[in-house]
Write a protein that binds this ligand. Structure first.
Ligand code: NAD
Length: 511
């Protein structure tokens, strides 16, 4: 009976998704420059496929330098009006965008699910989270320019902030809608105009987003979209002299290239990169809750999540008990069609990425770790890129599966003897994005989080995001912070003006 109902919902969802996708199938995925939907100048396109059945989804404009240049010119022309717009008016417009996102939440969620393979249970929330990003930064827009007043001997200094100029936003394929709103909302709230380049694997919801923004009243040219490959469109954007900063989310190797590409024009960069994030479980923790959190943080979003807890460090005395708990909880995770509301794990983004994950699983076995669950491709609906949730036990921290970001549903469990060893293992990685700590000892929680090398740490919790709090990583996991006022520090320049308050003696040179 339950299956019957679930099948009916799935059928309905597929029909709805197809109707939402029809426009992309018919007209392709175009660029959006100065308020117009346009093909790339030379008419070049590339094909995107569905991770569910590997069938073509749409033809996407393949942009080059000239397209990027046109988009940048539009952003440059729109900049002065947008930058000087009253903060309260900008706030209203950004709230309007959030309202429109909420109205079209179903369409966004369905398209995102089909394009990325992420299950609808998570994508439905991603659309609403995108709206929240706009609302949060909309409310900050009014005061974003405010600075400080600082008294010195015989002077008063007054600082204020100004939007840096047109900026480039480059986003990855894993949860493109939510991540794009997360980068774009603060840029607009700060008064910057933008050129957005979404990832080539999953560009669909970026088109919806700019369309929604303009329908909500955003002036033409403030937000421009170019589609294409990283090494073509992305590179041109990072090299463009009129683009003043690049907000980038993606892999460290790409970040490194962007830094080089942007060096000639002294680009300001903000990087949110990869992670190999530890979840550290001590014997005194609430093990049930810790196991739920461990399972959630690695297997939700298909494990294609920068903050996923991909290294499970467990105190030796409870290692067997705890990994058994994780196995029990993971056994019943449903792998299925992403539009099935019961599905937890859908297909991973693309056959290329599936192959990477499967290679790591093979590598883990050859390194001597033991596959305790999963460990293979699954024949899911449509025959696409389904990978079983996988747990490696008897692993060591020096194995490549413990050191390299797999970005899939693969968890590696490593035992530790004591707190000191836990800290050494947790920090023995080039990454430092997030960390998760489970203990009932409050002093240890303080001590351990103090020593853990990570930009974000959750104690006795999975990743629950609070928008005013800083988001970002240390070491190879990133440069800069997003969230709260940190976002404005990136998208704005600070100017200081010093006023003399006394007739001080000005040095006289030459008499
Ligand atoms: P990626 O680095 O391959 O691509 C990201 C974007 O960069 C894409 O739009 C791509 O076209 C573009 N790009 C590629 N080469 C470029 C170049 N030379 N110049 C300019 N742009 C270029 O990353 P991905 O595979 O799309 O995403 C997965 C990675 O993203 C993982 O490492 C993951 O951890 C990371 N990520 C980080 C966060 C975070 O907040 N820290 C969030 C999500 C994903």
């Amino acid at each position: 009976m339950i299956d019957m109902k679930s099948n009916q919902i799935l059928d309905q969802n597929i029909k709805k998704a197809n109707s939402y996708l029809a426009r992309f199938k018919k007209s392709g995925v175009l660029n959006h420059i100065n308020g117009e939907r346009v093909a790339s100048i030379d008419g070049e396109t590339f094909e995107i496929i569905s991770p569910i059945d590997l069938q073509p989804l749409a033809q996407v404009s393949r942009s080059g330098f000239q397209d990027v240049d046109n988009a940048t010119r539009a952003a440059k022309n729109a900049f002065s009006e947008w930058a000087k717009m009253d903060g309260a008016k900008r706030k209203k417009l950004l709230h309007n965008i959030a309202d429109e996102i909420v109205k079209r939440a179903e369409e966004i969620a369905f398209i995102e699910s089909i394009d990325t393979g992420q299950s609808i249970r998570f994508m439905a929330k991603a659309a609403l989270r995108g709206a929240e990003n706009f609302r949060y930064f909309a409310d900050q827009a009014v005061e974003a320019r405010d600075g400080k007043s600082m008294r010195g001997p015989g002077q008063i200094n007054i600082s204020s902030r100004y939007p840096i100029g047109p900026v480039g936003i480059i986003t990855p394929w894993n949860t493109p809608f939510m991540l794009s709103t997360w980068k774009i909302a603060p840029a607009l709230a700060a008064g910057c105009t933008i050129v957005h380049k979404p990832a080539e694997f999953s560009p669909l919801t970026a088109s919806l987003l700019v369309e929604i923004a303009e329908e909500a009243g955003l002036p033409k040219g403030v937000w421009n979209l170019i589609n294409g490959f990283g090494e073509e469109a992305g590179k041109a954007l990072t090299e463009h002299p009129d683009i003043k900063a690049i907000g980038f989310v993606g892999e460290g190797a790409t970040g490194s290239m962007i830094m080089k590409q942007g060096s000639a024009t002294l680009k300001r960069v903000h990087f949110e990169l990869g992670g190999k994030n530890p979840i550290v479980v001590f014997a005194d923790a609430d093990l049930e809750r810790a196991a739920d959190a461990a399972v959630f943080m690695i297997y939700s979003l298909n494990g294609e999540r920068c903050t996923s807890s991909s290294r499970l460090l467990v105190e030796e005395s409870i290692y067997d008990q705890f990994t058994k708990l994780v196995i029990e909880k993971s056994k019943n995770i449903k792998i299925g069609h992403p539009l099935d509301p019961e599905t937890v794990i859908g297909p991973v983004i693309h056959p290329v990425h599936e192959e990477k994950i499967l290679k790591y699983i093979k590598l883990g076995k050859s390194e001597g770790a033991v596959v305790s669950i999963g460990g293979s491709k699954v024949n899911g609906p449509g025959g696409g890129c389904y990978v079983a949730p996988t747990l490696f036990t008897q692993a060591t921290n020096s194995m490549r599966i413990s050191q390299e970001e797999i970005f899939g549903p693969v968890l590696t469990a490593i035992p530790f003897k004591n707190e000191e060893e836990a800290m050494t293992l947790a920090n023995d990685t080039k990454y430092g994005l997030s960390g998760y700590l489970w203990t009932s000892d409050i002093t240890r929680a303080f001590r351990f989080s103090d020593g853990l090398e990570a930009g974000m740490i959750w104690v006795n919790s999975e990743n629950v995001r609070h928008l005013p709090a800083p988001f970002g990583g240390v070491k190879s996991s990133g440069i800069g912070r997003d969230g709260g006022d940190w976002s404005f520090e990136f998208y704005m320049e600070t100017k200081n003006v010093a006023f003399a308050t006394t007739k001080h003696s000005v040095p006289k040179l030459g008499g």
